[in-house]
Design a protein around this ligand. Structure first.
Ligand SMILES: [Ca+2]
Ligand SMILES: [Ca+2]
Ligand SMILES: [Ca+2]
Length: 229
């Protein structure tokens, strides 16, 4: 078999997950995929936008509940307490990973949109047998239905089921829908979702994009106080 010597096998471009959390997200996504998705077309995702919008806005009440000192952000201590209340089986390390992953502006606080993403990740990850306990604890059927929709939408878009939506997969989903005009918009949206421009969108990026699209932002009433040393 000397013939193969020296032959360079070009590695398939593969995504290397950055954190254990990301690995878990991908695994959870695959489990969901195995259960089947309720989303069958690109347009059905779009049709669900208003419902998603409404129910994500309702997260505000939960957010305020966890924001004990009512400063408009949930700090690590407050988050720990809220995980405690939910009786999740997340470890300290996992909670910290979730916090870091969702603290996009790196100010060590969960603002509202970051919190929405975090809740949805908790929802996704709780189907891990180890965190199953948390399942009934969320007690927000409406919100859970929305998270379910978001997970299903992602699973629908992720054609090759590797836990990431690539640009090609987005194109494929749009072509299937046969709606060219919404297709153009969708591609623009994909560019928005793909922050690091690596041509892949993970579930977290997907969720953040949603909180933007449905108009959730928390800048309504807080003034920017920035301090640099
Ligand atoms: Ca707070
Ligand atoms: Ca933050
Ligand atoms: Ca994929």
């Amino acid at each position: 078999m000397g013939g193969a010597v020296g032959k360079v096998v070009s590695p398939k471009k593969e995504w290397i997950p950055e954190t254990k959390l990301e690995v878990k997200m991908v695994e959870a996504m695959r489990r969901r995929e195995a259960q089947g998705t309720s989303i069958k077309s690109f347009n059905s995702i779009i049709l669900k936008f208003p419902k998603i919008d409404e129910s994500l806005r309702n997260c505000k009440a939960i957010f305020e509940q966890f924001d004990e000192d009512s400063n408009g952000a949930i700090d690590q201590e407050e988050l720990r307490k809220c995980f405690h209340k939910l009786e999740t089986t997340f470890t300290e390390e996992e909670i910290n990973d979730l916090f870091e992953a969702c603290d996009i502006n790196e100010d060590m606080c969960m603002e509202f949109n970051e919190f929405v993403v975090l809740l949805c990740l908790v929802y996704l990850l709780k189907d891990d047998p180890a965190t199953l306990q948390a399942k009934s604890r969320m007690g927000m059927p409406d919100l859970e239905a929305t998270f379910e929709t978001l997970v299903d939408a992602f699973v629908f878009l992720d054609k090759n089921k590797d836990g990431y939506v690539s640009k090609n997969e987005m194109v494929q989903a749009i072509n299937e829908s046969g709606e060219r005009s919404s297709g153009r918009i969708a591609m623009k949206r994909f560019e928005e979702m793909d922050w690091d421009k690596n041509g892949m969108v993970n579930f977290k990026e997907f969720l953040f994009a949603f909180t933007n699209w449905v108009g959730i932002d928390d800048n309504e009433d807080d003034e920017e106080v920035e301090e640099k040393d």
